[in-house]
Design a protein around this ligand. Structure first.
Ligand SMILES: Cc1ncc(COP(=O)(O)O)c(C=O)c1O
Length: 405
């Protein structure tokens, strides 16, 4: 969908939202998620085995989304006790919950759930949780650390996740010796992986490690990391510029043949599935102009609602539609931080207080990174494909201040 089509999709939902509640608010919809899943069909066609998409809970911890996903029969990937408990509370059964993430031994021992799917991240986890895994017949996997992974802010250094090849061989052998039900080879490279080749190299490395360990996984869990459409870095480069989904699918098809007993390929994409599924709506409160820059101060912005704008540039449109001469404009939130800038770009000079600005692609890593800087949390609207409803009211003063003893 191009920007105009996407805009036409969101405008009526936002109009309806504006009649229900004041800004700032997010609107999320299941419809773009259906589209993302349809796009992923291109990945599945060459596999020869089924693909399973786990919902990445942390990316978009939105209650009605969980219900909607469960209704479709999908499973959820969780990385913390809160997420795990929320998944159970929403009615997901063990078979539909995949437990990932580091330091699970801190909390998972509190939950005696049979047949859980758990991907171990460290030797300490295995030491502390293996007796429980055996007793409760957990379906296990391990997360591999590959040479494709590095700290994105300091690429000379590794990340903290998973087992390096030698450790992986040792742990796989000891799990197999213990009679554990080890089924899954898991990796997650990072977010916004630039090209399919990077996945390919990681998978080849994992296949080699599995061969050395005598381990034949039933499931290859490739994590998330696919770059979403329409999102750019602040320097203007589209994250998906070099990512071709068909090529990715062909590569996965080849990769699958490296694992002779593979039954399913798993993906846990967060951004790709949900980034497009939401918008943030803010209202212009004040306008200033200085040194050739027009400044719009709004009731929501980066600090409270869209920390991701620190490094990502998203499309933005105005309601009502404004035309005419454009000028360099910065959009600010209402907090006392110069950092609180949603975007700086050319926008129509005709925008005025009371207008609404819509920050697109707010469906991934906005809700989980919201802040309460000077203000409460924003309201949330959910569109289930047919109806729009309030999923969360804006936080009130008593909730904000009343949390203190
Ligand atoms: C294990 C795991 N799976 C999936 C994801 C989702 O990543 P993305 O949103 O980049 O697809 C993450 C993100 O951190 C992750 O850690």
């Amino acid at each position: 969908m191009n920007l105009n089509q996407r805009r036409r999709f969101w405008e009526p939902l936002i109009d309806e939202g504006l009649q229900k509640i004041p800004t700032p608010f997010y609107v999320f919809s299941s419809h773009p998620i259906e589209q993302a899943l349809a796009d992923l069909k291109a990945v599945e066609t060459n596999l020869g085995i089924p693909a399973r998409h786990w919902l990445s809970f942390k990316t978009q911890p939105l209650r009605p989304l969980l219900g909607w996903w469960r209704h479709r029969g999908g499973g959820v990937e969780v990385v913390s006790e809160f997420e795990f408990r929320a998944a159970l509370a929403e009615g997901f059964v063990a078979e539909q919950i995949l437990v990932n993430g580091p330091a699970k031994h801190r909390w998972l021992h509190r939950h005696e759930v049979r047949n859980l799917r758990v991907n171990f991240d460290s030797a300490a986890e295995v030491r502390e949780l293996l007796p429980m895994a055996l007793k409760l017949d957990w379906r296990l996997g391990i997360r591999f650390f590959t040479s494709e992974e590095f700290d994105p802010e300091a690429p000379d250094w590794p990340t903290q996740f998973g087992f390096a090849p030698d450790e992986a061989i040792d742990i796989l052998k000891s799990l197999q010796r213990a009679g554990a039900r080890v089924e899954t080879a898991h990796f997650h490279l990072r977010t916004n992986v630039a090209s399919p080749e990077i996945y390919h190299r990681a998978i080849q490395e994992i296949a080699e490690t599995c061969r050395k360990a005598g381990f034949t996984p039933k499931f290859l869990d490739c994590g998330g990391g696919l770059p979403p459409p329409d999102v750019r870095s602040r320097s203007g480069k589209a994250y998906d510029a070099e990512f071709n989904l068909e090529k990715f699918g062909k590569m996965l098809g080849l990769a699958v043949s490296e694992f002779p007993y593979l039954e399913e390929l798993w993906l846990e994409n967060g951004r790709f599935i949900s980034a497009r599924s939401g918008v943030l709506v803010v209202r212009v409160l004040d306008v200033k102009e200085r040194r050739g820059l027009r400044q719009l101060v709004c009731d929501g912005g980066r600090t409270m609602n869209a920390l991701i704008s620190t490094w990502e540039a998203h499309e933005l449109f105005v309601m009502p539609r404004r035309a005419g001469k454009q000028c360099l404009t910065t959009v600010y939130g209402p907090t006392c931080m110069a950092f609180d800038q949603l975007t700086r770009r050319s926008l129509p000079r005709s925008i005025e207080p009371g207008d609404h600005l819509v920050w697109m692609d707010a469906g991934a890593y906005h809700l989980p990174w919201e802040t309460r800087f000077s203000h409460g949390l924003a309201a949330v609207l959910w569109h289930d494909g047919n109806h729009i409803s309030i999923a969360r009211e804006a936080e009130q003063f008593d909730q904000w201040w009343g949390q203190w003893k």
